[in-house]
Ligand binder design. Structure first.
Ligand code: ZN
Ligand code: ZN
Length: 370
């Protein structure tokens, strides 16, 4: 892993140079973990990587976080760790470490506003830009080590879907089922649970419903969208729609067949060279032709890696051409307010000729008996 991280550090530095940015300033979050392997706590006290376009990076940390920083992959990299004490000014310290004559700094896209403003005040001559313009290009194209980590995450969440019949049945509430699923997400090997959506009956028409006390009834369609973060930092995310009991409404069965066809068509179509927006259109056209266009209320998908939602976004208006190594969800949905809904979601990674699905559990409508 250290070789992988060192390589990312080098590539980030090179890209920073090419973007004409003098230094990146990166606070705790996925960008910091991507560049250094350090999963730092997002605290009010400043932790900040100063990565200059040329020269050695420095990690500024609160003194009490120094042991944790050194125990992370940072300890094995050529990164100076500079600790600040409780009465020091960490912003002045960070400013003093910047290359002389710094006129442009890239701050990470998710840095807290109070830190962005304090850094601006500490380095008044430097223009702040988003580090995302550099990091998105790198993080969007997964290395083989990252693809392996995502593949493992996919297999881990698949193991949870494979056991759904143990928990999901008529007579139980969404919340009770969700609690069991959350336990299973951890037991399967995730380090943490990121979300558990169990949307039964009419709740299935709300794409981001989470859990409620609604008791699942026989015949309810149930949308189950679950994900977690693995110990590697890479995320899982997969949706399957189940039928609790044997007889979901015929209207539901009709559009589920359309949805399945659309999701399959999108997975078959996606490959290097096609645009993100065209992947969306391939599924949307099928759903629209069947009369459900207005019921597909969200984009087709999102990139995934160290964050569940990151670039590339598979959405109308995004002309980005897919490349080998890009990883994202293909998750069309059909939602009928007041009645029910359905979504099918797989994470895919672009291969030299096609995409590999990282979620492999059956997409056919599964009838779970009580
Ligand atoms: Zn998703
Ligand atoms: Zn999802």
């Amino acid at each position: 892993m250290t070789t992988e991280i060192r390589d990312r550090l080098d590539r980030t530095q090179k890209a920073t140079r090419e973007a004409g940015i003098d230094a990146l300033l990166v606070s705790p979050g996925a960008d910091l973990r991507y560049i250094t392997g350090y999963e730092a706590l997002p605290l009010e006290r400043l932790t900040c990587l100063m990565l200059p376009a040329e020269g050695d990076p420095v990690l500024v940390v609160p003194a009490l976080e120094k042991p944790a920083a050194l125990a992370s992959p940072v300890g094995a990299l050529d990164i100076d760790v500079v600790a600040w004490g409780e009465t020091d000014d960490p912003y002045a310290l960070t400013a003093s470490l910047l290359p002389t004559g710094t006129s442009t700094v890239g701050v990470d896209n998710h840095m807290w506003a109070e830190k962005v403003l304090a850094l601006a005040a500490a380095v008044p001559k430097a223009r702040q830009v988003l580090a995302g313009q550099v990091l998105r290009e790198l993080r969007m194209r997964k290395t083989s080590a990252e693809v392996s980590a995502l593949r493992a995450a996919g297999a881990t969440i698949d193991a949870v879907h494979d056991s759904m019949k143990e928990w999901l049945r008529p007579g139980r509430s969404e919340r009770d089922v969700g609690r069991d699923i959350a336990d299973a997400i951890i037991a399967a090997g995730h380090a943490r649970v990121d979300f558990v959506i169990v949307a039964s009956g009419p709740n299935g028409a709300s794409p981001h419903h989470d859990l409620s006390d609604r008791v699942i009834a026989a015949g309810d369609p149930v949308v189950v969208d679950i994900g977690g973060t693995m110990p590697t930092g890479y995320c899982s995310d997969s949706t399957r729609t189940y039928a609790a009991g044997n007889e979901p409404p015929q209207a539901f069965r009709d559009y589920y067949a359309v949805l399945l066809e659309a999701q399959q068509a999108q997975c078959s179509y996606a490959r290097p060279g096609v645009s993100a927006e065209s992947v969306d259109a391939v599924g949307r056209d099928i759903i629209t032709a069947a009369g459900y266009g207005d019921a597909f209320v969200h984009r087709t998908g999102h990139g995934i890696g160290l964050e569940t939602h990151e670039e590339p976004y598979i959405v109308a208006g995004n002309p980005l051409r897919l490349e080998e190594g890009m990883a994202f969800s293909i998750e069309p949905g059909i939602y009928l307010p007041g009645r029910h809904g359905a979504r099918i979601e797989d994470i895919v990674v672009v291969t030299p000729e096609a995409v590999e699905r990282l979620n492999r559990t059956s997409r056919e409508l599964a009838m779970l008996d009580g």
